[in-house]
Design a protein around this ligand. Structure first.
Ligand SMILES: Nc1ncnc2c1ncn2[C@@H]1O[C@H](COP(=O)(O)OP(=O)(O)OP(=O)(O)O)[C@@H](O)[C@H]1O
Length: 258
């Protein structure tokens, strides 16, 4: 459902020259599976997810999402994905209900289907108590639920979450993680990025560790620990990041990626 092959993205930056944000990244994620992209700041996670959600064009390689190539059929890709990032917009002057309805209409859903879908989402996310409250008056946790609702309103088969729990308290984090697990159980294909090893071990069937724009390793958490002889994900993460940094220093490209 998500197939990424040798994907690259370089930006021409005014101060830094060419920044190779993503270099030769390949992975696949299937329905009913959560794939975690784990990496430190500046690793290339957001750039990868933006390419997959057609916000950015790759400079090399190929990505197919829900059966559609992201460069050749961006509109079809957008119809079949839900993309949620920290900057997912919540409009203060709309109520929770109006906002989700607005996005459903943008996806071209007819009134009857949209209403039934919204009733079921508001019930699933326990949003009925604040369905008519203005978004400006919602707590951070309530806003996060509205973001999830707008991301899934058109019932896309593929969901892409960019650090969906960042900046949330532990209770809200827990409920977001729970909802992501429920979406997986509904058979969705889920890709998400995070800094948190704890989330990866709780959520992911497969994980890729990315640093300096390069996938340092990918597989099931169990496979990776065995392959690299590490006791847990945290140790594995540090070992791979340090190895990549040493290699970059040795090749003289140490300052490049951050
Ligand atoms: N529009 C841009 N122009 C120039 N460089 C960019 C641009 N967008 C991203 N980059 C650079 O690409 C690299 C990867 O950034 P990216 O945002 O993908 O990392 P990330 O893994 O999502 O980091 P974080 O966890 O901090 O959000 C960084 O060096 C960043 O500065």
């Amino acid at each position: 459902m998500i197939h990424v092959e040798d994907l690259s993205k370089a930006f021409l930056d005014y101060q830094r020259g060419w920044v190779h944000a993503v270099r030769g990244v390949s992975f696949a994620c299937r329905p009913g599976e959560i794939f975690g992209l784990l990496g430190p700041n500046g690793a290339g996670k957001t750039t990868t997810l933006r390419i997959l959600s057609t916000v950015l064009r790759p400079t090399g390689g190929r990505a197919v999402v829900a059966g559609y190539d992201v460069v050749q059929h961006p509109q079809q890709v957008r119809r079949h994905i839900g993309y949620m990032s920290a900057s997912t917009g919540i409009y203060d002057r709309m109520t929770a209900w109006e906002l989700v309805e607005y996005f459903g209409r943008l996806y071209g859903m007819d009134r009857g289907t949209l209403r039934a879908r919204m009733e079921s989402i508001f019930d699933w996310l326990k949003m009925d108590d604040f369905r008519d409250t203005l978004c400006s008056k919602l707590s951070t946790g309530m806003k996060q639920k509205v973001s999830i609702a707008r991301t899934v309103v058109h019932d896309p088969p593929v969901l892409i979450f960019d650090e969906p729990t960042s900046g949330l308290d532990v209770l809200v984090q827990r409920s977001v993680v729970q909802k992501i697990l429920e979406l997986r159980d509904m058979g969705k294909t889920i890709l998400f990025s995070t800094h948190s090893m704890h989330e990866v071990s709780k959520l992911c069937q497969k994980v890729a560790i990315i640093h300096r724009g390069v996938l340092q390793a990918s597989g099931t958490p169990g496979e990776l620990l065995e392959r690299f002889g590490q006791p847990d994900l945290e140790e594995l993460f540090f070992a791979l990041v340090e190895r990549a940094d040493r290699e970059a220093e040795a090749s003289g490209s140490g300052a490049l990626a951050r």
